[in-house]
Every structure is written in C-alpha cells, then in structure tokens.
Design a protein around this ligand. Structure first.
Ligand code: HDD
Length: 703
C-alpha cells in the first residue's frame, strides 16, 4: 500500500515501471522468450551420456551466469540505496534558478545511496569509516547529483593525492589485509605524512564514523559549491543534510560485535524502516556566503579540509527529503546507480576546490570501467526524467533507437535539431568566473592551517566523545607495527591538542616527541616551499561549536527504536502488554526474546509468541531492554548465561534498561549496579522508559 502510494507520486517510479519484470504467474523462458519445458536437465546423448554442445538453453543460462559480476566500486563498494522525494519549503530564487529549489509545489524524485568507503562489497556495515551520502535528484532540468559524505571535510586537499590515499587505506597490497579497516600501517604511514588530514582524522576517530543508522547521520556536500540566480548573480554554498531523528552512534565495542552478529545491520535497518513506514527524513540545509565575503574567513573556502562553523554562518533549512521506497532489485538499481558531481542543473555550479575539480574527471571515467559502456545513462535507475536528445550514438549495449538521418550539429538535413537551449529555455551555462592566473602546480597559502579546525572539533566534543576519540586513536595506532609512524602521529596530534596527544601516548607506551618532526617536507615539491606554505595555525572565529558535538543532537523521539523484552515461561502478562502498547504508541518497535522459540507461557492468558531465541538474538542489535516481572520467568533468566550477557552488554553500552517487579533480580545476577545508575529504571511508568530511550545513551555510566 505504502509502496503504491509512493509510486503514484513519483515520475521516476513511473519511468521505471516498464523496465521492471515480475515472474509471478508467468512461464519460464529463455532470454529470447522461448518457453522452457525442462529446467532441471541438460540435453544429453542418452541419460548417462555426455552433454550436447547444441544445448543452447544450457549455454545461454551458463554464459549469463558467468558474466553476472561487474567490478565493484573502487571506493564506496559497500552500500544500500532507497528512493524518495525532495521538496523545497520556499523558493530560493534569490540565490538560484534551479527549478527544484525554487518551486515549493514540486516533489523531485530522488535515489540515495549510503555507503562505507574502504571495504569491499561484502564487508561489514559497521567498519570505522566515513559514510557516503550520495543523492541523485531526478529534476525536470536533468539529473543533479549531490555526492557527499557524513563528514563535512576530507582527508586531502587536492585530487592529485586521492589514489595514494585510497591505496594507503585499502587492504595492504601484499596480503590483502585488513578488510574494511584503517587500523594498519599503510594508512597511518600516509596520514602521519599528510598533516592536512588532521581535521578529518578527528571526525573519523570520533563516533561519527560508527553511526547507529544511516537514518541517524548527517550528510554534507563537503566542497563549497556555487548557486547562480536568474539574474546571473552567484554566491557560495555549503550543503548539509540534517536527519530528523538526530545524529546518533554506537560504541566501538558494539560496532565490532555487530560486525559479527549482523554485518548487514545498516542495510537491514534502512530496508526495515522503509518497509514498516518509518520513512527516513532529512532536511537540506545551506550555508550561503556572498561573493564579496569570500576572503573574510581565516581559511580558504576552496579548501575541503575546512568547515564554515555554523555559529559563523548559520545553516538555513530549506527543504525536506523523505525516503519512502526500497529498490526492487539490488543489482539493477543500487549497484548500477552512477553518481557524478558533474551532473549539474542550471542554477548550481562548481568552485575551484582542487579536490572537486579532480572528482569531475574521476566519476565519469570510473563508470566506464565499472558499468562497461558510455551508455550507462540508459540504465533505468540512471535515466533522467527530463527528455534526452543529442547526437551521441552507438556504443556497447545501446538501448535508444535514434530516428533520423543526422547525428551531427549544426545540420540542415535534420532541420537543425536537436537545437541548443538559451537561458530562458533552461539551458545550462557555466558561471562566468574571471580567471587570470599563471599555470602552476601548487596550492594557495591559505590552505596550510591544518590544525586549528581539528582543535576546534576536539574542543567542541563532550567528555564522553573525547574519551571515545582517544580510545579510537589508541586502538588504531595500537594496530600500527612501526614505532616511527606512531611517533609521527603523536607529533601531529600534539599540534591539535596536548592532552589528546598525551592520553594516546600513554596508551601506546610512548612519549610525545618534544620537537614534532614536521613531515611536511615529504609533501611539498622537491624544490622546497617558502615559509607561508609551511603548516601554521590561524585564529578561528569561534573556540567551540555546539553543532560539532552529537551530545547536542535531537533526543525527543523513540520512533523506530528497537526494544528487546527478555521473557521466559511464567512472565506476567500485564507487564508485557502495558509496556508494549506504550512503546508501540510512541513509535518504537518491540521484540520478545525468550530462551526458546514458540509460545512463552504467561501468568494469564494464552501466552506470547517469541520473536527470537536468546541464542539468535544479541543486545547490540537493540536500543534498549525491558525485563518484565514474573518469578518463574526471572528465575529462568537469572540462570541463563545468554540472558545475563544480554543485560550486562546493554548496561556496558549505556542503553536504557527498565525492569518491573522481580525483573530487578536479573540485573543483579548480571552484575548490573542498578541502584542510582542513570538510564536504569527499576519501576515507574512506561513514559519514563520512553524518555530514557530517546536519550539514546547514558555515557556517564562508562566511568
Ligand atoms: Fe568519491 C565514489 C564521495 C572524493 C573518486 N565518492 C564516491 C561515492 C561517494 C563519494 C558518496 C559513492 C557514490 C555511490 O554511492 O555510488 N568522494 C566523495 C566525497 C569526496 C570524494 C564526499 C570528497 C569531498 N572521490 C573523491 C576524489 C576522487 C573520488 C577526490 C578522485 C579524484 N569516488 C570516486 C570514484 C567513485 C567515488 C572512484 C567510486 C565509484 C564511483 O565513483 O562511482 O570515482
């Protein structure tokens, strides 16, 4: 029902329909439409004889199978996608002439793909990593792709270094170890020689790199882009996605456990949320900087390792994206979707950010090897909903049948068609930026403050977030086997924050080098660089930014949160029903976990069906735990090692736990110091539990 409604509202869904196949109630056929009468046996010379070469049905089937795989993405190979729509709240015509940003009546279909960066297609969702957040807007003026991440900055400033960076973070080339992890020598060797990465390192060592859900993370366009209005006036813009469920993460221990219990955790979460009508929602935000203010910041707007603090330029929320439909086929849609920062619409343009400039080459190029043909735009998920007419022809797997005798322009034989579009006809024209410069291989001197914003990020974190960040660095650098690399990292960290460096040094059993060796000599051109190109720090306009800490995020909803009820035979029925109803009303989801599957006998009534057994379930897959009373039930749970582990893990991971009556005995048996502990509710109405779950975590329990 929900799917039907979403489809009706969406031009993209209409366009996909004729390409969508459904075998229900249909005969099995070959790819040529021939009905097959035996799909179990190959054609043989006698029942015990050899197979015959003439078996075209067998050959077609096996040939297709042999070619099922395509190269995975060189980065962002692991991902999950969904369809939905975007709608702007009010016209942004002061800034841009992009139709989807100026017409509040328009619902623009979107396809979004979330991803990790380093791991292979089959790797865990819970790697410590940046998450990709790529949005394809199927606008009426052509496809617009906002290919961003859940972190607002990047590791490097120039695309020239991207292959080196990716080689360093990917599994090491001699033994292909480790998978989907940055905790290894080559990554930290590279980072220790690239001080420009320090701001990004703060983000990826923070809990932002282990999100609770794709639905609970921010997205950023990262680069400064440009908006252009109908009068041709340009301004700079940074794009933000703000999730309406708030920004939340799991702990590193949880992430590692989830990787074993359910490596598809994020993918499953996204899928289930959409199937159950809990549509992920994000507001699009923009930070606008007028051209005349370009140089009024202590950093360069073109430097992708810098943010504009929200306290300096507020984020204006301009519209909402809702994801309301899962793809029908993972390969056809999520795997074959092709994003490209160069897919632009009139009213939006690039800046000279040197990272962005390199990306403009890379994404088109990579689709040619990944999808195998310049006709990848004809794959249904990639097709624009606006008409496509040009003189590009032929190539592998061409699907369009172009009519007419001309495929060149200008022409008279085809009456000059297809013809160019002027601005009034929504033709794209590049922003006429004035450029008068020497051709150089170099960077602006404004790019060399590598530490101030890293320090700003660290300083803006809550105590718990700082602790997690330090622990992450200790974990990662602990996996490094070369002492020199660790020392270089301590040198760099000490330039971000002395306490941070000291804490990491202590865990590594090292001392912070007194004179941190400046590794910059390794990254500047062989001819050396003058003083202003050496790393330096510049005072920032703010000391602290609230927006950088997840502690300040929205904590007012339990919508789609997963709550485990631990129950056994003899459980008090009333205590289940009352709590369950309250949680469901608040939008949470409940699963009954019992020592055995099937019916759990209750104190009264016919009992309850268990959703999972304690053997199959795991606390890390839930947001909160409830233990209803009932002497037999709680006695059984107290004797059950998996029940005790469930509870003690939930406690260690700082989740809300509620008990009723003698449920408290289970906490005691699990070694949970219940009295007075924040987030542990020994009695009280369901409302108190709901408020506690909405808090996400009680980090104060960590100490
Ligand atoms: Fe990239 C994929 C995001 C820098 C080259 N990138 C890719 C995806 C995301 C990003 C979300 C996955 C898209 C999908 O789901 O299909 N990339 C970023 C961001 C960057 C960035 C936010 C910096 C701000 N990327 C970057 C650089 C280069 C690339 C500097 C090369 C010069 N990225 C690629 C690629 C990929 C890609 C090789 C792999 C698969 C693909 O493009 O389609 O072209």
């Amino acid at each position: 029902m929900a799917r039907k409604k979403a489809e009706q509202l969406n031009k993209k869904a209409e366009q996909l329909a004729p390409h969508t196949e459904d075998g229900a109630d249909q005969f099995l056929t070959t790819n040529q439409g021939l009905r097959i009468n035996d799909n179990q046996n190959s054609l043989k010379a006698g029942e015990r004889g050899p197979s015959l070469l003439e078996d075209f049905i067998l050959r077609e089937k096996i040939t297709h199978f042999d070619h099922e795989r395509i190269p995975e993405r060189i980065v962002h190979a692991r991902g999950a996608g969904a369809y939905g729509y975007f709608q702007v709240y009010e016209s942004l015509s002061d800034y841009t002439r992009a139709g989807f940003l100026t017409d509040p009546a328009r619902r623009t279909p979107v396809f979004v793909r979330f991803s990790t960066v380093a791991g292979s297609r089959g790797s865990t969702d819970l790697a410590r990593d940046v998450r990709g957040f790529a949005v394809k807007f199927y606008t009426e003026e052509g496809n617009y792709d906002l290919v961003g991440n859940n972190v607002p900055v990047f590791f490097i400033q120039d695309a020239m270094k991207f292959p080196d960076f990716v080689h360093a973070v990917k599994p090491e080339p001699h033994n292909e170890i480790p998978q989907a992890a940055s905790a290894h020598d080559t990554f930290w060797d590279f980072i220790s020689l690239a001080p420009e990465s320090m701001h990004m390192i703060m983000w990826v060592m923070s809990d932002r790199a282990i999100p609770r859900s794709y639905r609970m993370m921010e997205g950023f366009g990262v680069h400064t882009f440009r908006l252009i209005n109908a009068a041709g006036k340009g301004c700079f813009v940074k794009f933000h996605w703000k999730p309406l469920l708030g920004v939340h993460s799991v702990t590193w221990e949880e992430a590692q456990l989830i990787s074993g219990k359910d490596p598809d955790f994020h993918r499953r979460d996204l899928w289930n949320a959409i199937e159950s009508g809990n549509y992920p929602e994000y507001e699009l935000g923009i930070q606008i900087v007028q051209e005349e203010d370009e140089h009024n910041f202590p950093f360069d707007l073109l430097d992708p390792t810098k943010i504009i603090p929200e306290e300096v330029v507020p984020v204006k929320r301009i519209g909402k994206m809702v994801l309301n439909r899962n793809p029908d086929n993972f390969f056809a849609e999520t795997e074959q979707v092709a994003f490209h920062p160069g897919h632009l619409v009139p009213g939006i343009d690039f800046t000279n950010d040197p990272l962005l400039q390199g990306r403009l080459f890379s994404y088109l190029d990579t689709q040619l090897s990944r999808l195998g043909s310049p006709n990848f735009h004809e794959i249904p998920v990639n097709r624009a909903i606006s008409p496509v007419h040009n003189n590009q022809r032929d190539g592998h797997m061409r699907q369009t049948i172009n009519r007419g005798g001309t495929s060149y322009e200008p022409n008279t034989l085809g009456a000059g068609c297809p013809f160019q579009a002027g601005t009034a006809d929504r033709g794209f024209s590049s922003y006429a930026e004035k450029i008068d410069a020497h051709k150089v291989r170099g960077r602006s001197s404004g790019f060399f403050d590598h530490f101030s914003q890293a320090a700003l990020f660290y300083y803006s974190q809550s105590e718990a977030e700082k602790r997690h960040l330090i622990n992450a660095l200790c974990f990662e650098l602990g996996k490094v086997t070369i002492t020199d690399i660790r020392l270089r990292m301590l040198g760099l960290l000490s330039q971000v924050n002395k306490d941070l460096a000291a804490a990491v040094a202590e865990a590594l059993g090292l001392a912070v080098p007194a004179q941190p060796e400046h590794p910059v000599n390794r990254i500047i051109p062989a001819d050396g660089a003058p003083e202003q190109f050496q790393p330096h720090t510049v005072e920032q306009p703010v000391e602290k930014s609230e927006a950088l800490s997840m502690a300040n995020t929205i904590k007012d909803t339990v919508r789609s949160r997963q709550v485990a009820f631990l129950v056994a035979d003899g459980v008090l029925s009333m205590e289940i029903t009352e709590m369950k109803e309250a949680l469901l009303r608040a939008g949470a989801q409940v699963e009954l976990i019992a020592p055995h599957l099937g019916t759990v006998k209750a104190s009264t009534g016919s009992g309850f069906e268990a959703d999972e057994s304690l053997l199959g379930a795991a606390s890390v897959l839930f947001d909160a735990v409830y233990i209803p009373g009932g002497t037999d039930s709680t006695n059984t749970l107290q004797q059950h090692p998996e029940a005790l582990r469930f509870v003690s893990e939930a406690y260690r991971h700082c989740k809300a736990i509620a008990v009723s009556g003698d449920g408290a005995a289970v906490l005691k048996a699990a070694g949970v110091p219940a009295a007075e502990a924040p987030g542990i509710l020994l009695s009280g109405p369901p409302k108190a539990f709901i408020t506690a779950i909405a808090q996400h975590r009680f980090w104060e329990r960590e100490r």
